[in-house]
Design a protein around this ligand. Structure first.
Ligand code: CAA
Ligand code: NAI
Length: 248
């Protein structure tokens, strides 16, 4: 019960890594707001928790993180329903991969809007609640692509590098107010996002991983759990790479 009675807001909590994180956090005793624009999948997660008699610990909030007004309403709704906010996991993200020569302006802006603006909006509206109580944990989702770049991902790499910049800035701005800010940089993880990668590229990626496998959503959920728990109270401004050794 490493998160007993903590209130956690997980964006992109309806699928993939976020979904696994919502489940794990509930099992660790947290009250969890699953915030996503995929309402169908969000309701599915609640039904799964209901089957495990854990549904009263979770709510679904529909949000588009790229829309500041929607984000402001989401944060208010979570604080209203659970009474406080202890943990924010900025996990929602998208890809629109294309070579630089073919990348459209729309692909560029879509990814910036969700992965970069979305993280800014969520933190802007959530952080004051943590600052007010003098304690909180913010965990941002970067990527090994934000550290090293990747073919076909100009837009995505820019956002995930930007997330690292925001993480370090907020760690400095909010640390002395009791709020820690860290990032996780996953490698290739088995979710719908990676399912879009051409098989040839994916196999080449797996061969570069010393563990010779893709990551699983649980691998990242456990990293989020560590950073969200009291065990990480003195960890601030770090980027935790969870990639099976892909980039060493
Ligand atoms: N690494 C190495 N080589 C790559 C590559 C990569 N990531 N992506 C593409 N290539 C290679 C292709 O194998 C191909 O090589 P050949 O000419 O020898 O066959 C060449 O680059 C051109 O690629 P395509 O023929 O596929 O070109 P395209 O214009 O049709 O498609 C693309 C370009 C959309 C970028 C497509 O190649 C692609 O989807 N690549 C994968 C990009 C990727 O790795 N995305 C990660 C998504 S998961 C994620 O983002 C999570 C995370 O944080 C890690
Ligand atoms: P996923 O596609 O399985 O889940 C992403 C979730 O975000 C979905 O539920 C989707 O509905 C939600 N979402 C997307 N745009 C949204 C918006 N505008 N508003 C609200 N919700 C929105 O992807 P996955 O793999 O679980 O990714 C989670 C995070 O991890 C993302 O930030 C991604 O960039 C990052 N990541 C993923 C890696 C991987 O290999 N799967 C590797 C490195 C980072």
């Amino acid at each position: 019960m490493r998160l007993k009675d903590k209130v956690a807001l997980i964006t992109g909590g309806a699928n993939g890594i976020g979904r696994e994180t919502a489940r794990l956090f509930v099992l660790e005793g947290a009250f969890v707001a699953i915030a996503d624009y995929d309402e169908t999948a969000g309701v599915e997660v609640l039904l799964e928790l209901q089957a495990a008699a854990l549904v009263e610990q979770a709510i679904f909030v529909k949000v588009d993180v790229s829309d500041a007004i929607s984000v402001e309403q989401m944060v208010s709704s979570v604080v209203e329903q659970f009474g406080t906010l202890d943990i924010l996991i900025n996990n929602a993200g998208i890809t629109r991969d294309s070579m630089l020569s073919k990348m459209t302006l729309e692909q560029w802006h879509q990814v910036i809007d969700v992965n970069l603006n979305g993280v800014f909006y969520c933190t802007k509206f959530a952080a004051p609640h943590m600052v007010q109580k003098g304690k909180g944990k913010i965990i941002n989702t970067s990527s090994i692509v934000g550290v090293n770049g990747n073919i076909g991902q100009t837009n995505y790499a820019a956002t995930k590098a930007g997330v690292i910049g925001m993480t370090k800035t907020w760690a400095k701005e909010l640390g002395f107010k009791g709020v820690t800010v860290n990032a996780v940089a996953p490698g290739y993880i088995e979710t719908g996002m990676v399912a879009k990668v051409p098989e040839k590229v994916l196999q080449a990626m797996i061969e570069k991983v010393p563990l010779r496998r893709l990551g699983r959503p649980q691998d990242i959920a456990k990293a989020y759990l560590y950073l969200a728990s009291d065990d990480a109270d003195y960890v601030n401004g770090t980027v935790l790479e969870v990639d099976g050794g892909l980039v060493i």
